[in-house]
Design a protein around this ligand. Sequence first.
Ligand SMILES: CC(C)(COP(=O)(O)OP(=O)(O)OC[C@H]1O[C@@H](n2cnc3c(N)ncnc32)[C@H](O)[C@@H]1OP(=O)(O)O)[C@@H](O)C(=O)NCCC(=O)NCCS
Length: 146
Amino acid sequence: VLAALPDYFTPDTHEEVRQRITGEVGERSPRCWVAADAGSIAGFVLAEQRYAGSAEITYAAVLRERQGRGVGTALVEQALSTLADDEVSVVLVKTLDASAGYEPYVATRAFWAARGFRQVDCIDPLPGWEAGNPAALLVAALRTTC
Ligand SMILES: CC(C)(COP(=O)(O)OP(=O)(O)OC[C@H]1O[C@@H](n2cnc3c(N)ncnc32)[C@H](O)[C@@H]1OP(=O)(O)O)[C@@H](O)C(=O)NCCC(=O)NCCS
């Protein structure tokens, strides 16, 4: 899926996702939701929990020809529902900030905003990200914490 979306995911992310899913990197076993039909995969969401009560969606991707039909929403809603059942209160997503001026991510930020995620910061450079890619930090609350 990532290889089919080169405008969004650099080649190094393919191996990174493989290692995260197998647990070779990352602090705890991640959870992955996969949208599949007729034996083919349309998209997936990967979430990791490093601290009690919080999680990060580290990857979300749907094949271009399957986008805009609710697959990503279904994946994220299922992921957030499972995380909420596991006592997760807040969920983080990092994506490309608007200041990058990179058109493909306009729809991506709209997607997260419509799913309840709100931007809390922009970090540039973010350690681990290639230079010139300002990171927008988005969070969604699954319940109150105070
Ligand atoms: C972001 C992504 C996972 C959403 O999955 P999706 O199946 O296209 O999303 P849905 O069909 O459930 O929702 C469509 C919504 O996403 C947005 N969107 C993102 N890309 C879109 C596209 N190519 N076509 C239509 N809508 C798109 C729209 O704002 C739409 O909002 P709405 O529901 O309020 O109308 C998917 O478009 C994708 O893989 N994009 C490229 C990779 C990427 O940006 N990943 C996230 C990195 S942080």
